[in-house]
Ligand binder design. Structure first.
Ligand code: 4AD
Ligand code: MG
Length: 477
């Protein structure tokens, strides 16, 4: 006898006299029909129990959530809804599930409730579909870069530098919080700490990735990043995964081409390989939309949205053009923006980004050439002396999906910038070395993986696309 996954069984074209399958009960109806799911695909295999010839005590233990081992015969299904089913010859309960207490009942649960039961929520169709897509997307990302000649680099998680200069980092320390050693100025003396210096969890692998780009040519990182910003929004996590390619001899337009090609590739990949899960999530959204007033309903379905992005060029717009559009926009004139746009230099808030993407251009937008003083220290200064070669890619419903730039490759300009921002050269001596020995134009970007998963799955809350979300006041599981 051979053990099959549910997905394998559902694909069978012929009868099979002897099959084995293991999984969890989704439902058990009429004392006869078990819907068994093992996570291998969205659908369940129907297993039909011979009621008369099965021990009654055993039947009682076939409850939602129980783990079963079933042996039987795979036959063409008599009923509607499935092509094949298993006629059970032998049934073993591997693990009981107390129906009184099992939280995942066969009914609609709120996402809030499921977040509190995140350890069991992948036993629902929605979350298993989301997490299968998350896994496939991650594979597609590695495949894209591997097939394009990139090397996968593992950048450190514990670091001494603050790549984004935002200072929103989690400290990593072994010092006694109650009684830390102090230096002569009364400040905590990190030279006595585990690493002999102050360290934190990384906010980005970029700076280290740059060092490898300047030797291996094309590299990318894909790892966890940590931000201690106190943003309790549906788009922010304290721990999230970021994909950061970095390429030597590539300028900003090349960076935009790479990001656009990459995003289209991974979206196409799941459109081709994950149709079942996408169809399910699309239907979920269609049902959700029906509960909304007509005016708020989206005019594209989930799959249409993904195809739209794959088939159309991203709109490339300079920051300066964007400011003009925003300044003259209806919501700005009618004072509908919480942060009105009055002058060049203003930082764009998510309300502005969403206006540009969702109302004005109605497609993904690459904004570039931002004012230098609202962007990180490492971005290449333009000839105008006031803008930098930065780019943000904005997506409908998501806002910022990607942030990237051409990097400042000129030693003197970089040093000057660091001095202005009070970034000590001693801390980044190795980063400066890249500008001393064989410096060259290079660029890269960072894609927030969870934001991509949100876009692909149509989930509205970033906490629902990562297994165990970390956010302010929340690190359960
Ligand atoms: O724009 P960010 O801060 O860029 C960087 O970190 C650069 N070092 C990237 C690079 O050039 N290599 O972050 C990149 C992306 C954002 O566009 C967003 O998608 C995501 O990371 N992101 C977050 N996702 C979830 N939760 C948060 N708190 C996030 N902060 C940024
Ligand atoms: Mg950014």
């Amino acid at each position: 006898m051979q053990l099959y996954s549910v997905s394998q069984l559902l694909k069978q074209k012929n009868k099979l006299p002897e099959v084995e399958v293991k999984g969890w009960v989704r439902t058990f109806r009429a004392n006869r029909f078990i819907a068994l799911n093992d996570g291998s695909c969205l659908n369940n295999i129907q297993c039909v129990v011979d009621f008369e010839n099965t021990n009654q005590a055993l039947l009682k233990r076939i409850t939602t959530g129980a783990a079963l081992h079933i042996k039987g015969e795979l036959v063409e299904s008599q009923g509607k809804g499935q092509n094949v089913e298993v006629l059970v010859n032998n049934l073993e309960i591997l693990g009981d599930s107390d129906p009184e207490h099992y939280p995942i009942q066969p009914k609609k649960h709120s996402f809030e409730f499921l977040r509190e039961n995140a350890h069991l929520r992948t036993r629902t169709n929605t979350f298993s579909a989301v997490m299968r897509l998350r896994s496939k997307l991650s594979y597609a990302i590695h495949k894209y870069f591997n097939d394009s000649g990139f090397y996968y680099m593992h950048t450190p998680i514990i670091t001494g530098s603050d790549a984004e200069g935002a200072g929103e980092m989690f400290n990593v320390t072994k010092l006694d919080a109650k009684n830390p050693p102090l230096d002569s100025n009364g400040k905590v003396d990190y030279s006595k700490d585990f690493f002999g210096k102050e360290t934190n969890l990384t906010v980005s692998g970029q700076l280290e990735a740059e060092t490898y780009a300047m030797s291996l040519g094309k590299v990318y990182t894909f790892g966890p990043t940590f931000r201690a910003e106190n943003s309790n929004t549906s788009r922010h996590l304290s721990e999230f995964w970021m994909i950061e390619p970095e390429v030597a001899f590539m300028d900003l337009p090349g960076n935009m081409d790479l990001a656009e090609d990459f995003l289209k590739y991974v979206l196409n990949y799941v459109l081709e390989h994950n149709k079942e899960d996408l169809d399910f999530l699309e239907q979920r959204l269609i049902n959700e939309e029906k509960t909304k007033p007509q005016a708020e309903r989206s005019d594209m379905s989930l799959i249409e949205k993904l195809k739209f992005v794959v088939d159309n060029n991203f709109k490339r717009v300079s920051y300066t053009e964007a400011i003009d559009i925003l300044r003259n926009s209806k919501p700005n004139k009618k004072k509908k923006f919480k942060f009105p746009i009055n002058e060049w230099g203003a930082d764009l808030q998510s309300e502005h980004e969403r206006f540009l993407v969702e109302k004005h251009f109605k497609c993904p937008v690459i904004l570039f050439d931002y004012p230098a003083n609202i962007k990180a220290f490492y971005m290449r200064l333009n000839e105008d002396g006031k803008t930098v070669r930065a780019m943000d890619i904005l997506f409908p419903g998501i806002g910022e999906m990607v942030g990237g730039s051409q990097r400042e490759e000129r030693l003197d300009v970089l040093k000057e910038k660091m001095a202005v921002l009070d970034i000590p050269e001693e801390e980044l001596w190795w980063y400066l070395d890249l500008r001393k020995y064989g410096t060259a134009v290079h660029s890269g970007f960072g894609l927030g993986f969870e934001r991509l998963v949100m876009f692909v799955t149509g989930m509205n809350n970033i906490r629902d696309v990562i297994p165990y979300p970390r956010s302010p006041q929340n690190a359960e599981f």
